[in-house]
Design a protein around this ligand. Structure first.
Ligand code: R5P
Length: 293
């Protein structure tokens, strides 16, 4: 795809500018106004090219989903014929089954909503656990699920040579294996049980952690409780150090101070979600995917 313009929002400006520069395309922004009653007004450039790239990650998802529901048809009314959404963080991907009868399978419905609005979707490390490809929930919508795991692995290999990459749960095997294989790092995963939003228990794998430099790696950190439990267990098992690296740094509430209090040394993330811990830049990954789309 050779877009005529990259459209982005001001809170993702750094990533948007880097991506636009890498692609050699102009960038424009969607201007937002929040009315006192909570509604949103958006202003787009008055004339848009036929091929449009829209950057919008979905951290703080509910507000941003509404923005997308307004932006996509507005862009078409202003001239866009093909709109590809680059959403470095796709929200709602963890709700991939009805855990209790009657519970909405949000992953399926949000993915279908996006597929109905866009001509293509590019994302990074969507939480695919019980489904294996976005095609299963976005039928008919061309998509690309990229992974930042090798980039995170490269960062870890430089910062902590000889690190043991430890995923906090079984789902994280896909990310620790990709990062470990790419950079010759040992990897393993824990077993996790979740009892509530802030209540998880993590059991270590049956390998020795004594004296190892452990780097906990996951796709997303939200409350940070998963990583906190894994860090406490790893240090309790004699790990020499515990660092954390994630693709999507949500880190809500007191997540970061809790991790530090648990003994975590460094917390690193990609800039798929812009955050104070972002050190691994994903614009080259996104640019390659856009060119090939
Ligand atoms: C789910 O399995 C994800 O991979 C993460 O492990 C999870 O979302 C982390 O959540 P929290 O930080 O709230 O424990």
């Amino acid at each position: 795809m050779q877009p005529g313009l990259l459209l982005a929002f001001d809170d993702e400006r750094a990533l948007a500018e880097a991506l636009a520069a890498a692609l050699g395309v102009p960038m424009a922004r969607v201007v937002r106004h929040h009315f006192p009653d909570g509604e949103t007004k958006l202003r787009l450039p008055p004339a848009l090219p036929a091929e449009l790239l829209l950057l919008r990650g979905l951290h703080h998802p509910n507000e941003k989903l509404v923005e997308l529901l307004i932006t996509a048809p507005a862009a078409r009314a202003l001239g866009a014929r093909r709109i590809v959404l680059v959403s470095p963080y796709l929200a709602y991907m963890r709700q991939d089954m009805a855990f209790t009868p009657g519970e909405a399978v949000s992953q399926r419905h949000i993915a279908a909503l996006l597929a109905s609005q866009f001509d293509g979707v590019i994302t990074v490390d969507p939480h695919l656990h019980r489904i294996h490809a976005l095609d299963e929930v976005m039928p008919g919508c061309p998509n690309r699920a990229l992974t930042a795991a090798p980039l995170l692995g490269e960062w870890v290999a430089r910062q902590v040579p000889g690190a043991l990459l430890l995923g906090p749960d079984e789902e994280s095997m896909q990310w620790v294996a990709a990062a470990g294989r790419a950079h010759g790092l040992d990897h393993a995963v824990c077993h996790k049980q979740r009892f509530g939003d802030h209540d998880v228990r993590v059991a270590l794998p049956a390998i020795s952690l004594a004296g190892r430099a452990v780097v906990l790696m996951d796709d997303v950190a939200s409350t940070g409780r998963t990583l906190q439990e894994a860090a406490t267990a790893a240090l309790g098992a004699g790990a020499a150090s515990v660092d954390v690296v994630v693709t999507h740094a949500l880190f809500v509430g007191d997540a970061l101070p809790r991790l530090r209090a648990a003994g975590v040394r460094h917390v690193w993330s990609s800039d798929a979600v812009p955050h104070e811990t972002s050190v691994v830049l994903i614009y080259p990954l996104l640019a390659g995917a856009v060119r090939a789309f």
